[in-house]
Ligand binder design. Structure first.
Ligand SMILES: C[S@@+](CC[C@H](N)C(=O)[O-])C[C@H]1O[C@@H](n2cnc3c(N)ncnc32)[C@H](O)[C@@H]1O
Length: 272
C-alpha cells in the first residue's frame, strides 16, 4: 500500500444509499476462503471482529459456520441490511460506527476480518487498531474479490461504453485472462497490503491465497452490481442512468448477461 495513501471520504460513504442494490448485485466470497480463514484462525470459541461488514456478504458465511462476530459498519442503511441478513444468527452483534470510532471495551478477538474494506480505513491508524484488537497470535484476514470478463468481444464492446462515459476501473474493464497466479496482481483495484503488513513488524506468518470461480450475472443483477459501486454512485443520477442503460444494451446484444472469472484473494497474518 502506497505511503501517503489518501482515503476518498466521499466515495467511502456512498454505499448505504444503494444498500439493497449492493446486496442484490455484489458477489460474495468463495466458501473455500471462509474455510481457509477459519482453519488459520483456529478460534476455538473466541469471537471475531469484522470491519466494514456492509450487508454481510462475508459475515453470513462465517456466522453460518458458528462464528460469533462483532461487526463494525458505519452506514446505518448497510447495517440495517446486515441485521436482516444475519437475523438467524444470534452470535452476530452490529455496531454502527467507523472502525476509527469503535470502542473495543477492553476486549480482544481471535480474528479480525476486513472484506473489501481495508482500503477504506485510515492508513495511519488501521494497523494499530487491528493489532490492539487481537489476542497475541490472533489472525488478520483481508480479502477482495476482483473479477474479469471471460469474453474478449464483450470486454471490447463494454470498454467503448466506459470510454464514452469517462468511466475507468469498472469490473468489466479487465479480461479474466489478465489475472495470473498471484493474489493481489490486480489492475485498477486498491493496493494489495502484503508489504504494508510485512513492513509493520507486528504481524507474522503471512500467507496469501487465490480462489477462482466462474460467475454469471444476468443483465439486471450486473446493473445492480455496477450501480452499487462507488465509481458509479458518485456520478450525477442522469449520467449514471445513461451509462447503465448503454451497458445494458451491450449485455443484451451479447446474450443477456456477463460471465466473469471471479476471484477471492486472501491475505492472512498473525499478531505477534
Ligand atoms: C465495499 S464495502 C464492503 C462490505 C462488505 N465487507 C462486503 O464484502 O461486501 C465497504 C464497507 O466499508 C464500510 N466503511 C467505509 N469506511 C469505513 C470505516 N472507516 N470503518 C469501517 N467501515 C467502513 C462502508 O460503509 C462499506 O459498508
Amino acid at each position: 500500500m502506497a505511503d501517503g495513501e489518501q482515503i476518498d471520504m466521499a466515495r467511502s460513504q456512498v454505499f448505504g444509499e444503494a444498500a439493497d442494490l449492493y446486496d442484490r448485485g455484489r458477489p460474495g466470497y468463495a466458501d473455500a476462503l471462509v474455510t481457509e480463514v477459519l482453519e488459520y484462525a483456529a478460534l476455538d470459541g473466541r469471537p471475531a471482529l469484522e470491519i466494514g461488514a456492509g450487508t454481510g456478504k462475508a459475515t453470513a458465511l462465517l456466522a453460518a459456520r458458528g462464528t460469533e462476530l462483532e461487526c463494525v459498519e458505519p452506514d446505518p442503511r448497510m447495517a440495517a441490511v446486515l441485521r436482516r441478513n444475519t437475523a438467524a444468527h444470534p452470535g452476530v452483534r452490529v455496531r454502527v460506527c467507523t472502525f476509527e470510532e469503535w470502542d473495543p471495551e477492553g476486549r480482544r478477538f481471535g480474528l479480525v476480518l476486513a472484506a473489501t474494506c481495508w482500503h477504506w480505513l485510515d492508513p495511519d491508524r488501521r494497523r494499530d487498531g487491528v493489532h490492539a484488537a487481537l489476542v497475541p497470535g490472533g489472525a488478520v484476514a483481508l480479502c477482495w474479490n476482483p473479477q474479469g470478463v471471460r469474453d474478449p468481444r464483450l470486454h471490447a464492446a463494454l470498454a467503448e461504453v466506459d470510454r464514452r462515459h469517462g468511466l475507468d476501473d469498472t469490473p468489466h474493464g479487465v479480461l479474466a485472462s489478465h489475472y495470473g497466479e498471484l493474489p493481489g496482481d490486480w489492475v485498477g483495484l486498491p493496493g494489495w497490503p502484503e508489504d504494508e503488513l510485512r513492513r509493520d513488524g507486528r504481524f507474522t506468518d503471512l500467507r496469501t491465497r487465490r480462489f477462482r470461480e466462474e460467475l454469471h450475472y444476468g443483465t439486471d443483477r450486473y446493473l445492480a452490481h455496477l450501480a452499487s459501486l462507488s465509481r458509479y454512485r458518485i456520478l450525477p443520477a442522469d449520467r449514471r442512468e445513461q451509462a447503465l442503460s448503454d451497458t445494458a444494451r451491450v449485455l443484451d446484444a451479447h446474450g443477456g448477461g456477463i460471465t466473469m472469472g471471479h476471484l477471492s484473494d486472501l491475505l492472512l497474518a498473525r499478531a505477534r
